[in-house]
Design a protein around this ligand. Structure first.
Ligand SMILES: Nc1nc2c(ncn2[C@@H]2O[C@H](COP(=O)(O)OP(=O)(O)OP(=O)(O)O)[C@@H](O)[C@H]2O)c(=O)[nH]1
Ligand SMILES: [Mg+2]
Length: 203
């Protein structure tokens, strides 16, 4: 009886927990973003940009935002490391894809990496938040300009948002995260992942 009531209490009052993958090619600013997210949404002060090195393994960050628990997985974006990304797809509720919006010469590389991610069946129905990063630099493309440039048809059949941000000064990040939490709450994928987890508990 106690465990039944405890289970009901937990179901009603515990905060939803979401796994968010942070992807993008190398030097896009993923780890700088992760550290800024810690500063904005957790008790921990994130590392300053000058202490961040290129990612080889996995960086994890935990945060609470808009009454949800968020677990961020930040992976390395160097060419040889991108094959690791798909190992995390199945468990992810959503993807934040970070683009260095000030580096037009790498837009084709970022586009083809993003297309591969979008076409992967293990990410079916996942909401995508695309951050046009480095807006503190004058040459940066805005979110709308980047969306036009990338012109990704694969985004049309899933929730998505292009958002201008600077991982340096934090501008735009809150707007993106508030959209993402709402999108994950409403997402068919969240429902699918919840059913899968319930099935494992029952078995
Ligand atoms: N001007 C500016 N520079 C940024 C911003 N975000 C990141 N950078 C710089 O971009 C470079 C790469 O940042 P990282 O956060 O290491 O990039 P990453 O995407 O994690 O790279 P990998 O781990 O190699 O995949 C660093 O020199 C950062 O200081 C930003 O918002 N504005
Ligand atoms: Mg990194």
């Amino acid at each position: 009886m106690f465990s039944l009531l405890y289970g009901l209490w937990k179901y009603l009052f515990s905060k939803a927990e979401f796994h968010v993958l942070i992807l993008g090619i190398d030097k896009a600013g993923k780890t700088t973003l992760l550290e800024k997210l810690k500063t904005l949404y957790s008790e921990i002060e994130g590392l300053p940009p000058d202490r961040i090195v290129p990612t080889v393994g996995l960086n994890i960050g935990r945060a609470e935002a808009y009454k949800a628990k968020l677990i961020f997985w930040d992976l390395g974006g160097q060419l040889g490391l991108r094959t690791i990304w798909e190992k995390y797809f199945e468990e992810a509720h959503a993807v934040i894809y970070v683009v260095d919006a000030a580096c037009q010469s790498r837009f084709e590389d970022t586009k083809s990496a993003l297309e591969k991610v979008l076409r992967h069946e293990d990410l079916h129905d996942a909401p995508f938040l695309i951050f046009a990063n480095k807006q503190d630099l004058q040459e940066a493309f805005s979110a709308d300009e980047l969306a036009n440039y990338l012109d990704l048809k694969e985004l049309n059949d899933r929730p998505n948002l292009f958002q201008s941000i600077s991982a340096f000064d934090g501008s735009g990040i809150r707007d993106g995260i508030s959209w993402l939490v709402e999108a994950m709450r409403k997402s068919k994928r969240t429902e699918m992942l919840r059913h899968r987890a319930d099935a494992v508990v029952v078995a």
